[in-house]
Every structure is written in C-alpha cells, then in structure tokens.
Design a protein around this ligand. Structure first.
Ligand SMILES: C[S@@+](CC[C@H](N)C(=O)[O-])C[C@H]1O[C@@H](n2cnc3c(N)ncnc32)[C@H](O)[C@@H]1O
Length: 199
C-alpha cells in the first residue's frame, strides 16, 4: 500500500489514524480549487487543511485538541503553507467562533467513531459522530456558507443525509478497499449522485 503521507508528519497515534490520506486530501482540494477561502472544522493534525491551502488563498482550521493544533502548525511548515492557514484551537460547535469565520466553502471532518475508544468502529447516525455532523452542518450553513463538504464514514448512505437535500457522494477506495466517503452539498446539485474514486 502507498505511504499515507509524503512527509514525516507529526501526529499522535490516534490523530495519525484519523487523518485523511494525502492523495485523497489532494483530490478533495482539487475539487474545491474554484474557491479562494475555506474553513475546516475538525482539522486534526491538518492533513486536509494543508492540501486545501495549496489551492486556496486562506484556510481557517479549527480543532478542539490543542496538541493536534500544535502538530498541525508543524505539519503546515513541512508542506510550506504556514502563511495560508490560520489554526484555531477551539470548539467547532462554538457559534461565536464560527460567526467570525468568513469562507466560501466549509469542510467538515468529525470523528466517525464518536465517543468510542475503538477508532475502527464507525457510527451510523448523524448525531453519533464527534461532534455531531448534524450540528456541524447546520452551524456551518447558518454562520459560514451553504457550500459544505463532509468526510463521512462508509456506514452513511443517502438516507442518512437526506435532511440536507441532494448531494454528491464519492466512495473513496485507497489501498484496495473502500475506506470512507466524501459528501458534497452544493446548491447546484439537484439530485443524489454517487461515484467510486480509486487511489
Ligand atoms: C477525523 S479527525 C480530523 C482529521 C483531519 N481532518 C486530518 O485529515 O488530519 C476528527 C477531529 O475532530 C476533533 N474534534 C472532536 N470534537 C471536536 C469539537 N467539538 N470541536 C473541534 N474539533 C473536534 C478531534 O480532535 C479530531 O482531531
């Protein structure tokens, strides 16, 4: 299997496991390269944010774990995008914080194992991710932008997401099996679409 990252990133074991593989992060960033500004809620050690920063002018990256944010700052240096990312140690559900973030698109990446210690366990409900994907989407829509992208577990299907209207889902295959999905909620998407993407 290909290496997860091209640089020797800094992350604890859990954050490394939960991070988005570089090749997939690059793909997501390419899909969003029409935008100039982005917010990533639940940025972890920053592996999605650094790729978003490569194609945009400014990324606001929020995670509640201060150690992750510290490591994310280090990782942004490794990828040469320090100047383009503002890292914020804070709660992604904090409305006061969200109200002050201006961005054209919001990328949401909550923990799919919820409160479980076992990070390989993927939840089935919108409110079971940590934090709740339902809350994240509603808050991001209310305070930041209508254009939302979420990295979601493979246990989520169109039915799970139907209250947010139609979306495009990418089934992400990496290292010979399906790992997770990416859901794009853009106003111009009028019916559900699904595609397998292989890396
Ligand atoms: C799937 S990981 C993010 C991975 C990251 N996007 C990457 O590619 O490196 C989920 C993150 O959500 C963070 N998190 C959980 N609850 C949060 C909250 N209420 N506010 C902000 N971040 C939170 C965790 O600290 C964890 O880093």
């Amino acid at each position: 299997m290909q290496n997860k990252f091209s640089r020797d990133i800094r992350a604890d074991e859990t954050a490394y496991y939960l991070s988005c593989p570089e090749v997939v992060a690059r793909h997501i960033a390419k899909q969003l390269s029409i935008f100039r500004t982005c917010v990533e809620l639940c940025c972890g050690v920053g592996m999605l944010s650094v790729q978003l920063a490569k194609v945009m002018n400014k990324v606001y990256a929020v995670d509640k774990d201060e150690k992750n944010i510290e490591n994310a700052r280090h990782n942004a240096k490794l990828y040469g995008v320090t100047d383009k990312i503002k890292f914020i140690a804070g709660d992604a559900l904090d409305e006061k914080l969200l109200r002050n973030l201006e961005a054209e698109v919001a990328v949401l990446d909550p923990d799919w194992s919820g409160i479980s210690e076992d990070k390989t366990n993927h939840v089935y409900g919108l409110d079971e991710t940590e934090p709740s994907l339902r809350k994240l989407i509603n808050l991001a829509k209310g305070h930041i932008t209508e254009k939302i992208v979420a990295r979601i577990p493979k246990t989520f299907v169109f039915e799970t997401l139907k209250e947010f209207g139609p979306c495009r889902i990418e089934n992400i295959f990496w290292g010979s099996r399906m790992r997770f999905k990416v859901a794009y909620f853009f106003p111009e998407i009028k019916e559900n679409q699904e595609e397998d993407v292989y890396f």
